[in-house]
Design a protein around this ligand. Structure first.
Ligand code: PGA
Length: 251
């Protein structure tokens, strides 16, 4: 199990044409070139993966994808396999982002299959979980997260998940400017870590990196990272500009 080095990940979602993506990636590679003490990932849209990977070569920034399909190949028009992502230079893949769950109907079972496909190709999964505002208001936060984690990781053994990264992203905090309070984040992260301990053992849980996502910006990353169970961040909007993202990385 790897140590809990801080991990800052950027998710560009459906933003940036090829040339825009390459330009931002080149700026990031330059701004972040001397960073050694953290893991950094950028997940551009599929169309820019290979070119962004090229722009990030010899930089400390790794390439990630935002999604994948679980079959290894076949007649699945519009889909992208784990092996294709690896061949484009990806090291990580985001799985189960709430926008995929909300807008594209992804289920926990889909998420489980996608993690299986990633693991098969040695792609490191970044599994996203999070509750909606109404689930939080109804005090169902923990039961929702428990279910997402247990179902998404069903039938895995700890060895297969040694490169797993978990991201807690409360749906009500994504792209809304509303960040969860540091106390709310710490409470959930510590709860998730003990759940993972029950499922895969204490030493697995102690080494697992749990990122927070939802309106992370240069102004709030510092206090979030002070929480004992926050090991990094998954950043959407604020990862689109090289200068802002670099500030977050160097919090
Ligand atoms: P945000 O998105 O930083 O724009 O809130 C986070 C995410 O969706 O990963």
């Amino acid at each position: 199990m790897e140590s809990r080095r801080p991990f800052i990940a950027g998710n560009w979602k459906m933003y940036k044409t090829l040339s825009e993506a390459v330009k931002t990636a080149e700026e990031m590679a330059e701004l972040l070139r001397d960073i050694k003490d953290r893991d950094i990932m950028i997940a551009p849209p599929f169309t820019a993966l290979a070119a962004v990977g090229e722009a990030l070569r010899n930089s400390p920034v790794s390439l990630g994808a935002q999604n994948l399909y679980w079959e290894s190949e076949g007649a699945y028009t519009g889909e992208i396999s784990a092996a294709m992502l690896v061949s484009a230079g990806c090291r990580y893949v985001i799985i189960g982002h709430s926008e995929r769950r909300q807008y594209f109907g992804e289920t926990d079972e889909d998420v489980r299959r996608k993690i299986r496909a990633a693991v098969r190709e040695n792609l490191r999964p970044v599994l996203c979980v999070g509750e909606t505002e109404s689930e939080r208001d109804a005090k169902n936060t923990f039961s929702v997260l428990d279910k997402q984690v247990k179902n998404g990781l069903k039938d895995f053994v700890s060895d297969e998940l040694k490169h797993l990264v978990l991201a807690y992203e409360p749906v009500w905090a994504i792209g809304t400017g509303k960040t969860a309070s540091t106390e709310q984040v710490q409470e959930v992260h510590s709860r998730l870590r003990s759940l993972l301990g029950t499922l895969f053992g204490e030493s697995f849980a102690a080494g697992l990196r749990i990122l927070y996502g939802g309106s992370v910006k240069p102004e709030n990353i510092g206090e979030l990272m002070q929480m004992p169970d926050v090991d990094g961040a998954l950043v959407g909007g604020a990862s689109l500009k090289a200068a802002g993202f670099s500030k977050i990385v160097s919090y």
